[in-house]
Design a protein around this ligand. Sequence first.
Ligand SMILES: [Zn+2]
Length: 680
Amino acid sequence: MRAPEDQALMENPLLAHQPLPPFAQIRPEHVEPAVRELLAAGRARIGELAAVGEPTFAAVVEPIEELHHRLSRTWSPVSHLNAVLNSEGLRASYNACLPLLSAYQTDLAQSEPLYRAYQLIVERQGASLGAVERRVVEQALRDFRLAGVGLDDERKRRFKTVMLELTQLQAKFEENVLDATNAWSRHVTDENELRGLNEAIVSQAQRRAKERGLTGWLLTLDQPTYVSVVTDAESEPLRRAFYEAWTTRASDCGPSTGRWDNTPVMENILRLRHEAARLLEFPNYAEYALATRMARSVDEVLEFLEELAQSARAAARKEFDELEAFAGRKLSAWDVGFYAEQLQRSRYSISQEELRPYFPLPRVLAGLFEVAERLFDVRIREHDDVPRWHHDVRFFEIESASGAPIGSFYLDAYARPNKRSGAWMDECVGRKQLASGEALPVAYLVCNFLPPGENRPALLTHDDVLTLFHEFGHGLHHLLTRVNYPSLAGINGVAWDAVELPSQFLENYAWHPDVLRRISSHIGTGATLPEAMQAQLMATRSFHAGLQMMRQLEFALFDFKLHAGYDPERGARVAEVLGGVRHEVAVVPVPEWNRFANSFGHIFAGGYAAGYYSYKWAEVLAADAFAAFEESGVFDRGTACRFLESILVRGGSRDPLDAFIEFRGRRPDVRALLKQHGIA
Ligand SMILES: [Zn+2]
């Protein structure tokens, strides 16, 4: 008879060998035992591998790759559910595992016997290894060094503690933002206050009020509602209330002052990142981060951002002056979105809201899939017989034209409570082709669109359409990879400042007339987007391009300077750094109490620390890559094939600059981006 704990482990859905996670069966109490079991087995296996007498790629590296794969596919549904179906129980289980995982990863990366084994493999087998295999080993050696393998024991221990605390603080940051977002709502009883808001938002607010036994309307702080209020609401007090609630989330200001304040969390995150970088003898965290990036130095990044600011500043100033002239008064931060929308409507007789009826989600998806099918010779089909975490989630398989399976993905499209805001693609299962077995890639695509109404599908704005194309571009990068080793397959091992290339590249298609025709179908009449509206929409692409560019540069410079200029004696100086950057690049006035940094999850909780510049960096690559398509025809198969073979299928298996040069025949050129935005 088996001991009861063995029985429990055998029945643990997280440890079951299934091609897809059994979401419906996963309970918070499964998480920690599964992770402990897996880590214990992993440690035992690493011990064996580190002691192999004659280390070879097949005997050591492949099994380590298998361990990465196993752990990441077990943990993936847990961290995913924590983001999209957050609950108290799951949050506790998730948090209990973070220190275990962090300690395991640091121990593995600091293992000197394993490091020596990898070094021996390069020495003995280096010349006979294939290019991809060589890169697996070299990248692993680099990561050993970046985890402090060469440090003395005391520093090693300290590095491990720092990594562990960082993991916990980053999770705390995200929790504070989610809780602050969930906690705030506005109860409206006077219909006049809703003037300007679209029907879908209003009826959702009415449903939410009813659900809570209230009269009138309950507006929550989910992303679609927030965006809709600050763009469309005629009531200035309503816009101001939303702007204030949104930009003071998790801070020492605003409606929930101090309740989920991220200020000390940010301070500690920045202090510990700096300490980790110093332990490895980098001058600061930005330099440490650049060790794995396409950009080579702090100066190169700052010069790049400043060059863009130089190009866009005058355009942005002019746009803002025009906007104030149009409004006939000085504008506050919560007026800008509203008057920009009014100006855009008057200038182009078109608005994001008026576009919604033309973009029902099913039609947009069909058109998006057609783009991918035409470009990359694949087929995408829906399957509804797999386990999902919510009834709104859909599942698709992607296969080659000849019917060979390539991968699959989930789409979780709508905003709902307890779901993190924003949109992202994440790995569910990574691709592997190892002696120990094979797996095809599986992705999660997550968005926060306004949900369907009672008798109609979800209707997207064109901004939403861009978001969907963007995340799908990441998805293609993950799914179309042909790299066999988990550490370099798909988006794994890709330099962070090159990772937004496929996503921003694909956004270009959502602007193309052929594609606009295929993704649009009016909900009432079935008509595609009329040509006149298409032309108007296209004209809006460069609308306020200068202001938007300066805003992105503000975020990027703030992030980069915060990490590059950290001073241990004076602390993070978040407000001071932000103030300096705003002085340099901000065009729109910002109220003193704006605390956007406190909910800036990209850099405090996500992977964009000292890396927000990556959006602009990769946007240059994407615009220049798309220009190659414009030169040869946007559906030209030869060009698409080259893009697929040089960039998409390669994952992290080659240097991003080499890959770009192979595709484009030259180095990236910033002018394509400026031209695209009408700033050149
Ligand atoms: Zn992205």
